[in-house]
Write a protein that binds this ligand. Sequence first.
Ligand code: BGC
Length: 347
Amino acid sequence: MNLLERSVAIIKENQSSHGSYVASPNFSQYSYSWFRDGAFIADAMNLVGERESAMSFLEWGIRTIAAQRTSIEKLLLMDLKDITHRDLLPTRYLLNGRLALDNWPNGQSDGYGTFLWALGNFPDMEFVRGQRSTIELITEYLEKIWQIRCFDVWEENADGLHTSTLLSIAAGLKASESLLERTTLWREIIDFILRNLTINGRFIKSTLNRGVDGSLCWAFYPFNLFGKEEPLVINTLTEIERVLLFEGGSKRYELDTYFGGGSWILLSAYLGQCYLGMDQREKALSIKAWIERHAKPNGELPEQVPEHLLKDNMYRPWIDKWGEIACPLLWSHAAYVTLAVGLAGLE
Ligand code: BGC
């Protein structure tokens, strides 16, 4: 069994009977289902023909959102200026779709955008069309709250507007534009990014940080909101490569201290896909090889690899607090799957 097959098997083994994907089965904090992780995972499963798995996650997501209808409708009636990230839908749920009642930094809006984007990619149109009222509900929700400052895709910095969060929402609203056959606000969000979240011809991480973040590459892959020829994409990737890429492994951002700031499998894989899309196949292959070198002997991929640590004195404290780095991380496997399939497709 190669790492691609093993990855698909690991994802399937860790999909709950409810359809949700656990973020990681072995890590103290990750025994929940995140809309962000799950949407990316479902999309990868769809890509390798595991349509049943993808659909069962999408159904879980639809049920989970529908169960929040009353709070969403209440929020839709609120004055925008009174809304804070504390009013937003949670980022993660129990595997059965119920709310996890704890103090996780939950106010993160990207996952619902990514979910709509994954739904838009799902080929069973009859299934997707049947979800119209929930799609409309979550679309209205995102159109209402996209400008609310919230935690970013790494669950930090609640006081900012984050480029990759907005890209995820724009990708979702672009998808719902075709699903609902009406215009949505995605172009307005892109305009906002262009006006407020670029500098020197490249994207910046957020309104709080002018550096880059590995997740900015989503503008091109997988969301395809910006083309490979666009200077913004080229310049952002050049900067990511300059400051975040260490021998095939990508950091999240320059001052990352989580587990010392290691190299992330999933970000490396998405960067590899960008290279592939830009006809830089050698670079994509070297990232794939880096990921494969860091698979455990049983084929499991971790969330991050503790090498070239940005802040090595922060590695131990995180282990003492939460235990060893999450492994397997389903999202890492999903991102690897997309890269492996992308590369194989061109062979
Ligand atoms: C990451 C999130 C991710 C979560 C579950 C966190 O450490 O920052 O992006 O959704 O883990 O995998």
